[in-house]
Design a protein around this ligand. Structure first.
Ligand SMILES: [Zn+2]
Length: 465
């Protein structure tokens, strides 16, 4: 069962529902935009509409349905702006970029002179390179009248998050506009019958949330051994553009009940803390990530008697090799300071990070370093420090990951690593207050299964500050 806290808007026509949901549950998030005239206008229109709809809906909360109809219509009419144009007074023709389409040819087929095309290319240079159009992407020809030779504007949509307006009305101007993303909080409850994946799918939750559940609960739940009967509750965000679901946002809180009891995790952020914490304020984060690249496989283990494929003799392999495609992001496995980022004939491009007085890690054979990675740079756990390559003595794209303990290279997979530092005592009261709000929300997630007494369990297990 999935409890929606936000009305999903299927079409723009359901503008009333949309604004009601926006008004009640959504945080309107204006993504950082490149300031442009058009964008300002777009925001202005949206913000005025948003405020207007709140006023209208608020005013009409106690009024009859009939009375509110015309005002809502007003919001509905003026909300129709598409790419900054009123679709009632212009003709918008949607198209899709086909194989072998060239943007210049599209422009010229739509009545633009060579001079105008050159001007557009020049204006778009720092905004969106028109040579980068993708097959399957949408574009729209906007004309005053359908039969006009020259368009008012051409709009290209590189992806669902933004569009580029080539405005031809006065002089040629090019604007990149990022669409408004509405974030809606959602709740889900599920019980595992066959697999967690299936249980999530059954509840209409995108199973990609498993990654976040692992991040949130990995210290208490073994997601490789979930069992039939395990139950979970989630508070998470969905992202919408123009009322259309475009993806999942953050996982805000989660609970998981299995044979070992109930586990909780809350996403918490303050000046000093950021991440998932359990009911007692212990971080879900591990001090060291297991691997420096996601979705990689170990191609060669730490081995003191390895036969070296290039040198043709037995040479100890003091690292763990992770094979991954060229260009894959390499992340620092823990917080630390970069002590070296250079090139040697054996290591190729490599980065070394010092984490504390005991541990250092080293990442070899990079194709290149990430921006800003040089000795002295502070890095966070998970931060990209470089990209997979095959520089130095290497037979293919991989990272040779070296783990140093007190100046000696050890096998990190055999190392008993320190646990993460608990939250400071002074932070705990504020955290517990937040945790209790989240627990209350989690407890309020309804479910139909009458065999369950999760609500009581949860209440009994709330840990007192
Ligand atoms: Zn290696």
């Amino acid at each position: 069962m999935l409890a929606l806290s936000c009305v999903v808007v299927k079409t723009k026509k359901r503008i009333l529902d949309f604004f009601q949901s926006v008004k009640t549950f959504c945080i309107l998030e204006l993504t950082p935009l490149k300031m442009s005239k058009l964008k300002k206008r777009y925001i202005d229109i949206f913000v005025s509409l948003f405020i207007a709809s709140i006023v209208i809906l608020g005013y009409h909360a106690d009024q009859s349905k009939g009375q509110s109809e015309s005002k809502v219509e007003l919001a509905r009419n003026s909300s129709k702006s598409m790419f900054g144009f009123n679709p009632d007074s212009v003709h918008i023709q949607p198209n899709v970029i086909k194989k072998n389409d060239i943007f210049g040819s599209i422009l010229s087929e739509n009545g633009l002179t060579t001079n105008m095309i050159m001007l557009i290319e020049h204006e778009a240079k720092n905004i969106f390179n028109i040579r980068n159009i993708q097959v399957g992407a949408k574009y729209h020809i906007i004309k005053k009248h359908e039969c006009d030779a020259q368009p008012l504007a051409i709009v290209y949509e590189p992806d669902k998050y933004k569009y580029v307006v080539y405005d031809l009305r006065d002089s040629v101007s090019v604007n990149l506009v990022e669409k408004n993303i509405e974030i809606c909080e959602q709740f889900a409850y599920g019980k595992i019958n066959t697999s967690l994946w299936k249980a999530l799918e059954e509840q209409g939750v995108n199973p990609s949330v498993i990654d976040l559940m692992e991040e949130a609960l990995s210290t208490s739940v073994d997601f490789y051994h979930t069992k039939r009967g395990d139950q979970f509750k989630l508070i998470y965000e969905n992202k919408y553009i123009d009322g259309e679901l475009i993806g999942m946002g953050k996982l805000i809180a989660a609970s998981y009940v299995n044979d070992n009891g109930a586990s909780y995790s809350m996403l918490y952020k303050t000046k000093d803390y950021e991440g998932y914490f359990d009911a007692e304020g212990r971080p879900a984060k591990k001090t060291f990530l297991k691997a420096p690249v996601k979705f990689s496989k170990i191609s060669s283990n730490y081995n003191l008697r390895r036969f070296h494929p290039i040198k043709g003799k037995t040479i100890p392999h003091l690292g763990t090799d992770y094979a991954a495609p060229y260009g894959t992001e390499i992340r620092s496995v823990a917080d630390g300071v970069v002590t070296n980022s250079s090139y040697t004939s054996g290591n190729g491009n490599f980065v070394k990070v010092k984490h504390d007085n005991v541990y250092e890690t080293q990442y070899l054979h990079m194709s290149r370093f990430a921006k800003g990675i040089r000795p002295g740079t502070r890095v966070k756990q998970g931060q990209t420090i470089g990209y997979v390559g095959s520089t130095g003595l290497s037979t293919g794209p991989h990272v040779c990951f070296r783990f140093w303990k007190n100046g000696r290279q050890v096998n990190h997979l055999k190392e008993k690593l320190p646990t993460a530092q608990p939250m400071n005592m002074t932070e705990l009261p504020a955290y517990f207050e937040y945790r209790d709000q989240m627990l209350l929300k989690l407890n309020q997630i309804n479910f139909n299964d009458h065999d369950l007494v999760l609500n009581d369990d949860v209440n009994n297990q709330v840990i007192k500050p």
